[in-house]
Ligand binder design. Sequence first.
Ligand code: COA
Length: 127
Amino acid sequence: MKHEYKILYVPPSGTTAYCQHAWIAYVDDTCVGHIHMEVEANQRIKFLDAWVHEDYRRQGIYRKLWDTRWDFIHKDEEYGGFIVYAWCKPMSLPLLLDNGFVEGDTCIYVEKEIRKLSSNELCFVSC
Ligand SMILES: CC(C)(COP(=O)(O)OP(=O)(O)OC[C@H]1O[C@@H](n2cnc3c(N)ncnc32)[C@H](O)[C@@H]1OP(=O)(O)O)[C@@H](O)C(=O)NCCC(=O)NCCS
């Protein structure tokens, strides 16, 4: 079933939590999806944090949010000549390729649990 949703634009206010532009898709006052963008130094823009709630996926919400952000950066001359980039997962990559982005390096996720060193474990000490 396709859901009716609206999109809210949240401009960056400059506070720590809101240094990014955000587009929020919402249904009945609840966020069901979002995307963000951050304007960086040297005329670069990072697209980030694409997410759609599992119950609302494959209904075109990500595509709609993406197009809204795309229109925003093209609507006046402010971002002309900037480079736009993103780190993608396989699910979000096709939309970027469709829009003319060129594939760069592959990034691999790694993780490790933080464990307490036992008291008799040797620890290298350096000043
Ligand atoms: C990726 C994500 C945002 C897509 O949201 P969505 O609203 O379901 O996407 P849409 O319905 O607008 O689909 C847009 C395009 O994305 C691609 N896509 C979306 N879901 C996909 C899937 N499960 N497998 C492969 N491609 C997929 C397709 O190219 C699709 O176009 P199509 O419907 O014409 O085939 C959503 O699955 C999600 O939140 N995933 C978890 C978080 C995540 O991985 N975020 C990306 C961080 S880089």
